[in-house]
Design a protein around this ligand. Structure first.
Ligand code: UDP
Ligand code: MN
Length: 254
C-alpha cells in the first residue's frame, strides 16, 4: 500500500496567497497519496481556503486548522523577514493533529511544505521511500546563498555533512524543504516541537535534533544528486494603483 504523506502548510492572508495555494493544489491533484494539512495563521478559517480545496476536489484529502501567530512574534510591515520565526506555531498545531489522527499501524511521512516553494511530483515518490525510524534528506535549489544546498555522502552513502555556506555550524544546516520525517519518529518522540526561542536558521535543527542524528538520515533523490524542490520566493506585489483607487473612492463618498 502506498504510504500517506502529510504535507503541512502554514499560510497567511496576503494578495499573493490564492495564487500560491492554487499552484500547490495542482500538485495535490497530481499525487493521490498526499494529505494536505493547511494551517491558517489567523483567528478564523477563511472562505478562500475552503473554496480552494473544494475547487481542487481535495476536501477528503485535506484538513484545515488555524492558529494566529502571537502578536509579539508577527512580522511587521518593514521587518526583514528573518527577524522572527515564521510558521512555528502553525507547524506545531499540525504536529499535534498528526499525533492524534495518524494511524500508528500505517506507514506515513510528514513534510513541511511552505506555500511559496516549487515542488516536483518526483519529490513525493522519493519521500514515500523513507523507512521507519528515519528522516529522509535531499538537495534544495535556490537557498542559503547557493544554487543547491545539499547533504554530502561518504563512499558508503551515509550522510557525513552538508555543503551549506550559511551558518554551516548548525546541527542540521538544511532548509525546511530538504527533509521529511517517518511519522513513527514523531509518535516516539511525542514532545518534539518547533520553538520561537531559536536563532534565525535554527528551526530545522531544532526539530531534527529532538528526533534523529546525522547518521540516521536517509539520502534520497538519487543519493542527493537531484534537485526536486526549489526554495522560490514570491516578490511582494506593489499595489500602488490599488491604493490610489481606494483613496479616490473614499474622496467621492466623503
Ligand atoms: N507564514 C505564516 N505567517 C506569517 C509568515 C509566513 O503562516 O506571518 C507561512 C508562509 O505562508 C509559508 C511559511 O510560513 O508557508 C514560511 O514563510 P516564508 O515563505 O515567508 O518564509 P521564507 O521562505 O522566507 O523562509
Ligand atoms: Mn518561503
Amino acid at each position: 500500500d502506498e504510504p500517506t504523506i502529510y504535507c503541512i502548510t502554514p499560510t497567511y492572508a496576503r494578495p499573493e496567497q490564492k495564487a500560491e495555494l492554487t499552484r500547490l493544489s495542482h500538485l495535490f491533484m497530481l499525487a493521490s497519496n498526499l494529505h494536505w494539512i493547511i494551517v491558517e495563521d489567523s483567528e478564523v478559517q477563511t472562505q478562500l481556503v475552503k473554496n480552494l480545496l473544494t475547487q481542487a476536489n481535495l476536501n477528503k484529502r485535506s484538513v484545515v486548522l488555524n492558529i494566529k501567530t502571537p502578536d509579539q512574534f508577527k512580522l511587521k510591515g518593514k521587518d526583514p523577514n528573518w527577524k522572527k520565526p515564521r510558521g512555528a506555531e502553525q507547524r506545531n498545531l499540525a504536529l499535534e493533529w498528526i499525533r492524534q489522527n495518524a494511524d500508528p499501524n500505517k506507514r506515513s511521512m510528514v513534510f513541511f511544505m511552505d506555500d511559496d516553494n516549487t515542488y516536483t511530483v518526483e519529490l513525493f515518490r522519493e519521500i514515500a521511500k523513507i523507512e521507519e525510524g528515519h528522516v529522509g534528506v535531499w538537495p534544495v535549489g535556490l537557498v542559503g546563498g547557493l544554487m543547491v544546498e545539499k547533504p554530502l555522502l561518504n563512499e558508503n552513502n551515509q550522510v557525513i555533512g552538508f555543503n551549506a555556506a550559511w551558518r554551516p555550524e548548525r546541527p542540521f544546516p538544511i532548509d525546511m524543504a530538504g527533509f521529511a520525517i517517518s511519522t513513527d519518529l514523531l509518535l516516539k518522540f511525542s514532545k518534539a516541537v518547533f520553538s520561537y526561542e531559536v536563532e534565525r536558521g535554527y528551526q530545522e535543527s531544532e526539530i531534527l535534533r529532538q528526533i534523529t542524528a546525522r547518521v540516521d538520515l536517509q539520502p534520497l533523490a538519487d543519493l542527493c544528486t537531484k534537485v526536486l524542490v526549489w526554495h522560490t520566493r514570491t516578490e511582494k506585489t506593489k499595489l500602488v494603483y490599488e491604493e490610489k483607487l481606494i483613496k479616490s473612492h473614499q474622496e467621492r463618498s466623503d
